[in-house]
Design a protein around this ligand. Structure first.
Ligand code: 13P
Ligand code: SF4
Length: 303
């Protein structure tokens, strides 16, 4: 039996499903039961009523959200080292410090945070719904963390004052995308459409034809009459874009735009995770309860 067949067999035996983020390696996306952006994955995790095990092929905070929303299921992260460095930029101590500094200003946290940090916020958001969430909050000034670039995007779209915490929080992968590279690719490929993730810096966002989450880019590309696209987000998304649109062309704005943390998950590690039921992601009940409130409020405020 090859590795894929062994994975399939274990999945059946253990009633497991594999949920993979859009940045996962192509061979993982191809065997996953579901591939999506961060909000779609957490929604799908809740839909998997018959599953006992969720193999969350993504990074730590996404698996934590799945564990918070599905306490009765076993949530496995194939590589224990798959941690999002941006989520580490805003630990609980920092969140408390900023709240003390601005006691009257509501705090919205990007889902790219650890569960402990989420316990202190009013509501969470993803890149797909950040604008909708911020608009729905009855305040003109908000604290937002940890991504300064997403904070900038939301401020442009809502006209509200967004105070980024910590000042300068960023995704190391999206910071690699440069306006010059994207414009060069556009020129090389007959004036291709530029799609940009809002974790990219403001000057890259400013040259975008479309800005959105990973799955929003997939929808945009599918519905667009354009034939060629330059993509400014982690290169893993190119696999899904090409698979869903075989007659269109996709070019990475920068081929070095790889998230090493996302890529720690491999088919071998998925197989071992299923076999050993490790690494199990759990969240202490008191933390999970408060973090769940922040996540559920996000669902309530958005369609
Ligand atoms: P999406 O929600 O757009 O998939 O983004 C998650 C992420 O980590 C981007 O770097
Ligand atoms: Fe975190 Fe950036 Fe990797 Fe997304 S791409 S998981 S924000 S480091």
């Amino acid at each position: 039996m090859n590795l894929t067949e062994k994975i399939e067999q274990l999945k059946k035996e253990k009633k497991a499903v594999i949920l993979a983020h859009n940045y996962q390696r192509p061979e993982i996306q191809d065997i996953a039961d579901y591939t999506g952006d961060s909000i779609e994955l957490s929604r799908q995790a809740a839909e998997e009523k018959n599953a006992k095990i969720l193999v969350f092929s993504a990074v730590d905070f996404m698996a934590e959200s799945a564990a918070i929303l599905n306490p009765e299921k076993t949530v496995l992260l194939p590589s224990s080292g798959a941690r999002c460095p941006m989520a580490q930029m805003l630990p609980l101590t920092q969140v408390k410090m900023w709240k003390k500094k601005y006691p009257k200003i509501p705090l919205v946290l990007y889902v790219n945070t650890l569960a402990e940090a989420k316990t202190e916020c009013e509501v969470c958001c993803t890149s797909a719904n950040a604008v909708e969430v911020i608009k729905a909050i009855d305040a003109d000034t908000l604290l937002f963390g940890p991504d300064t670039n997403l904070a900038w995007y939301v401020q442009q779209k809502t006209g509200k004052k967004i105070i980024p915490i910590p000042p300068g929080g960023f995704c190391p992968t999206h910071l690699l995308f440069m306006k010059e590279d994207a414009l060069l690719r556009k020129q090389e490929h007959s004036n291709a459409v530029i799609m940009v993730h809002p974790e990219c810096s403001p000057d890259v966002q400013e040259i975008a034809d479309f800005i959105g989450s990973t799955s929003q880019m997939c929808k945009y590309a599918k519905n667009s009459s354009s034939q060629r696209f330059v993509v400014a987000t982690e290169t893993g998304l190119l696999h899904r874009l090409k698979k869903e649109n075989p007659n269109k062309e996709f070019y990475s704005a920068y081929e070095g735009g790889v998230c090493p943390n996302m890529k720690l998950n491999t088919l071998e590690r998925i197989y071992l995770a299923l076999k050993t039921e490790q690494t199990r992601i759990t969240v202490p009940a008191a933390v999970a309860k408060k973090a769940k409130d922040a996540l559920e409020k996000m669902y309530k405020l958005t369609s």
